[in-house]
Design a protein around this ligand. Sequence first.
Ligand code: NAP
Length: 349
Amino acid sequence: MLRAGILGATGAVGQKFVELLDGHPWFETTALVASGRSTGRQYREAVNWIGATEIPASVASMDVLPLGDDLPCDFVFSGLHASIADQAEPMLARAGYPVISNAKSFRMHSNVPLLIPEVNPDHTSLIKVQDWQSQGYIVTNPNCSTVGLTCALKPLHDTFGVNAVQVTTMQALSGAGYPGVPSLDALANIVPFIGGEEDKLVHEPNKLLGTLVETELLPASITISAQCNRVPVLEGHMECVSVKLESDASKDEVHDAFESSVSPIADLHLPSEPKKFLHVFEDERFPQPRQHSNLGAGMTVSIGRIRSCEVLDYKFVVLSHNTVRGAAGGAILNAELLMKQGLLGTRNT
Ligand code: NAP
């Protein structure tokens, strides 16, 4: 078993890490880190637990630790806000810890992998060009809306090439953390602005779909226009997507590209990889967040309503679970891939 630390363990994403790591076959939680508000207290007292199940007994009475470079673990998952992660993640990488992060701080750095194992598992070789003067490194997972969009674009880009994308998101409240959006803004309402989100949707898919030439990453050149909205849904980001393809394709060929898409890591049998990476719904009413966000334990990306677009070529909807596939579950899958690739192991102290 490798010992995992969780940075930001009392937050919305941190709690999801705690939940998903309970009973994990390869990783056990041995360090819980949060702010001065929580440190020195037992986890069960410090956390405002929002999970559907009880706090796992293995962590409930653990003391919450302060951020530092001497944590009792082999590697860390980071659920820190970027303002803290900016300093904390390099500090831990320099101290020899692999940092598997959800924060935006290092996602677009040229030698930091931005990783979705089913999309770009080879990008982990960028770790070789990181130089922290230690065995530490940083690997990131994308923004919670980028994940669904990029997983859907991947088979289209591989098969036909994608030229341009217009995407409008309907993002769940849990994406804003806890307590998140004020109730008077959230209830029976839509907020047509999520700070910084549209920029991430424009740039992150191009890095993820980029090509690695030795240790240099050449990003894809898809023109993306994004509009992001916060809607009164608890979990699951829905996105309405229109695409312009580089080569001609019939609607059936587009459907087949999604349906026959095979995960490049299927042979690795990683514990958090869903049986089906993409699920295509034929029923025009689906997917819907309340019914389908948890498909594949929250790791399957759902696609529906594939049809011709009057402006671009084709349009469809995508749904993905924002705190599982889009945050903690995605980061745990990243760690599993790194372990299989021999890049994650017991830390030499
Ligand atoms: P959150 O609920 O506000 O949690 C923030 C966590 O950071 C808390 O555990 C907090 O501890 C801790 N923290 C704050 N200051 C700290 C400090 N100085 N030292 C150590 N810990 C500190 O936020 P969240 O929604 O979980 O988001 C966390 C990160 O994940 C952000 O970068 C976010 O952009 C990213 N993300 C979120 C989602 C999502 O769906 N929510 C999806 C993808 C990515 P205290 O409780 O002690 O204050």
